[in-house]
Design a protein around this ligand. Structure first.
Ligand SMILES: [Zn+2]
Ligand SMILES: [Zn+2]
Length: 377
């Protein structure tokens, strides 16, 4: 995954073009290979700085990054590359539709194309009629800790998008009532031009494809039926969520127009790898160092679970390094409600480096070596 270009350049999200350029020049001088011959980390930094600037200097790429994050530039040879924007906007198969579902790749692609200024799908889709336009889908990403994935959490997103104008109920009229059907197109929003084989449907010039003719526009939204507003959404992230899952909040995207349905809001979940626990499905693996005497003789060790509980685990006599001790039900919440995976303690050993004479003697005796048999050493 690429680094956040704003972080790489050390500039704020709303930095001006001039500030970005300034930061870039400073860093590029600092990490230039000519100035750091043979320094691999400087070389890496130099590349990062160039990649970051490549994104932030281009208003379209920058907007794409702000909208889609890193996913906008992952991959680079996806099917959509031919459509004319820089690389596959959604990386290589990084997207899943685990929760809710309902959206297909076409929806996402359509959204991406709109986001990149391709109008090809506007007005179509979702079975809309008479000039109704569906609102756009919105996409955000959040990175959470494994512990949050265990308990579930709430992520609050704040964003600005088009919502239905309350003053006119989205009708765009000064009195808030639906505007009468456009006489020219009969409310379809389209007119036919030409005839026979060459007949074409084009947006109605009278009503700009809306299908309705507004005489007096709403003062709040200027007749569009929508206003820009900053909203916050509390997205509940369920316990047991997996890395790469996508949550869908139906109807929480941008407002539709002229009676069209609202888009959906998607939240992509990334789960940060944990230092103590490796996740395999619903199971967790934790590598624990155990004194070799306990492994040989058997005993009990105390471990900490992902939900911060202390647990005593029996170690059978003769346990080998690399063995896995299963602790039932202390893994991650499973897909079935109320189910949990298991926790596996992967046995490692801690060999003491400092031994007292007494300990040495005991070990030598254990090994069957008499201390006076110097020739053995
Ligand atoms: Zn019309
Ligand atoms: Zn309005």
């Amino acid at each position: 995954m690429n680094k956040n270009p704003y972080e790489v350049l050390g500039v704020a999200r709303d930095a001006s073009d001039a500030d970005i350029k300034k930061a870039y020049h400073k860093l590029v001088m600092k990490y230039h290979p000519d100035k750091n011959p043979g320094d691999k980390s400087a070389e890496e930094k130099f590349k990062e700085v160039n990649n970051a600037f490549d994104i932030l200097k281009d208003p379209q790429k920058r907007a794409a990054y702000d909208r889609f994050g890193d996913a906008a530039f992952a991959g680079g040879n996806g099917a959509s590359a031919g459509a004319g924007f820089g690389g596959n906007p959604f990386g290589n198969g990084a997207f899943h539709f685990d929760m809710g579902g309902g959206a297909g790749m076409e929806d996402i692609l359509r959204e991406a194309m709109r986001g990149f200024g391709f109008g090809g799908f506007e007005g179509g889709g979702r079975g809309t009629t008479s000039g109704a336009r569906a609102g756009r889908d919105l996409l955000d990403e959040v990175v959470i800790d494994l512990r949050d994935a265990y308990f579930g959490t709430t992520h609050t997103v704040k964003f600005t998008s088009n919502i239905t104008c309350e003053k006119c109920n989205g009708n765009g009229t000064s009195d808030g009532k639906p505007a009468p059907k456009c006489a020219r197109c009969g409310g379809t929003g389209y007119v036919r031009t030409g005839s026979g084989f060459f007949a074409m449907e084009t947006p109605c010039p009278e009503c700009n494809g809306l299908g309705r003719k507004i005489d007096k526009k709403c003062s709040e939204c200027d007749g569009t039926g929508r206003i820009r507003k900053t909203r916050t959404l509390d997205v509940k992230i369920p316990a047991g969520i997996e890395d790469g899952a996508r949550l869908r909040l139906a109807g929480q995207g941008e407002a539709g127009q002229n009676g069209g349905p609202a888009g959906d809001f998607y939240l992509d979940i990334r789960v940060r790898p944990d230092k103590r626990f490796e996740r395999v499905g619903a199971d967790l693996i934790s590598r624990i160092e155990i004194p070799f005497t306990t492994l040989a003789l058997g005993g009990e060790i105390e471990i900490e679970t992902i939900d911060d509980k202390k647990l005593s685990v029996k170690v059978p006599a003769g346990t080998q390094v690399g063995a896995r001790l299963r602790v039932r039900g202390h893994g991650m919440p499973g897909r079935r409600v109320g189910s949990f995976g298991d926790l596996y303690i992967e046995v490692a050993v801690n060999i003491p480096t400092k031994l007292t004479d007494k300990q040495k003697k005991a070990l030598q005796e254990f090994a069957g070596i008499k201390p006076d048999k110097k020739s053995w050493f």
